[in-house]
Design a protein around this ligand. Structure first.
Ligand code: PBG
Length: 349
């Protein structure tokens, strides 16, 4: 756009005061003058098709239990998860992401419960598939809900073993695919896991099961409330900085994603969300693959906490936070606000 220098109209005695405006060629405000004009030029929009709803499941029956650090979010027993899926399907939310709160008695150092084909995740997959077949089901591949130490992989002498962990993750992915997972989402950040999972799925005939790779997952304090939700906050020994990414790195996210793309990822994901919008933008630009962002538990807690305190306007801040992802190039967002926003979008027609 040619630069035009705003000129101040010369003041002359013969001119009335109101005529002494700026002599502007460009007045960007013209395109914002009314609601219809703003709608006409809006670049990014949020629809229900952009939403993935992460849900937490637990053992038991007919129970929902609140998660104190995520006010408004509840863990569901499997039967309640089916009701939640039914509501989500009615609202036209395309997909759910399932996360288990595993009974601590079932956790061990190797996360063996992850390979139990009747574990909570598999039970939930089968129950929802049987009743609500039209909704997409995404499952997390990582060992943290199942390990006694809360890490995503095998731990030996304080080190996370990469290749040995990948072997288990492939088997975890197969167990999930057999139970009905539509999309496998490896969130563990081990090297080489996307390729290994793709090969494993293909060899077992699951050529249609997609892989949504947590390509750029940062070692973030924004996951705090999630660890309360799945019960790993207290058990986690140390931190995840030898496998999750350093928050200072952007180019590394491109290298990480390039490997996942090469290894067969169908979709990429960035996590956390809002603090990492630059990464969303860069990955979308670099690869042009369907790219998702995860508005994680800590982001939810901050926004919802402020809403509940009356410090911000929830009706406006939630859609604005989600629209920001779309503007940055995201194709969709994993968000705990999904049902609330879907409801609102439905009411607006
Ligand atoms: C586990 C996993 C985490 C999240 C999704 N999958 C936590 C972690 O890596 O510690 C975080 C989601 C959220 O905070 O909402 N691999």
């Amino acid at each position: 756009m040619p630069a035009t220098t705003p000129r101040i109209r010369p003041v002359s005695d013969s001119e009335p005061a109101h005529a002494r405006g700026l002599d502007l060629v460009h007045r960007p405000r013209r395109n914002r003058k009314t609601d219809w004009a703003r709608r006409l030029v809006r670049e990014a929009t949020l629809t229900v098709d952009d939403l993935i709803w992460p849900i937490f499941v637990m053992n038991g029956q007919a129970t929902r239990s609140p998660i104190p650090s995520m006010p408004g979010v509840e863990r569901f027993t499997v039967d309640e998860a089916v009701r939640a899926a039914e509501m989500a399907a009615k609202l036209k939310i395309p997909a759910l992401a399932i996360f288990p709160y595993v009974d601590p008695a079932r956790r061990d150092p190797t996360g063996s419960e992850a390979l139990n084909d009747n574990n909570l995740v598999c039970q939930t997959l089968r129950a929802i598939k049987a009743e609500i077949p039209g909704i997409g089901l995404i499952t997390d591949v990582a060992l943290d809900p199942f390990t006694s130490h809360g890490h995503d992989g095998l731990l030996q002498d304080g080190r996370i073993l990469n290749d040995e962990t990948v072997d288990i993750l492939v088997r975890q992915a197969l167990v999930q695919a057999e139970a009905g997972a539509d999309v496998i989402a490896p969130s563990d950040m081990m090297d080489g896991r996307v390729g290994a999972i793709r090969a494993g799925l293909d060899a077992a005939g699951f050529t249609d099961v997609q892989i949504m790779s947590y390509a750029a997952k940062y070692a973030s304090a924004f996951y705090g409330p999630f660890r309360d939700a799945i019960g790993t906050a207290k058990t986690l020994s140390g931190d995840k900085r030898t496998y999750q990414m350093d928050p200072g790195n952007g180019l590394e996210a491109i290298r990480e994603a390039a490997l996942d793309v090469e290894e067969g990822a169908d979709m990429l994901m960035v996590k956390p969300g809002l603090p990492y919008l630059d990464i969303v933008y860069r990955l979308k630009e670099a690869f042009g693959l369907p790219t998702f962002a995860y508005q994680v538990s800590g982001e939810y807690a901050m926004i919802e906490g402020a809403i509940r305190n009356g410090w911000v306007d929830g009706d406006r801040i939630v859609p604005e936070s989600l629209l920001a992802f779309k503007r940055a190039g995201a194709d969709g967002i994993l968000t705990y606000f999904a049902p609330r926003i879907a409801q609102r979008l439905a009411e607006q027609g």
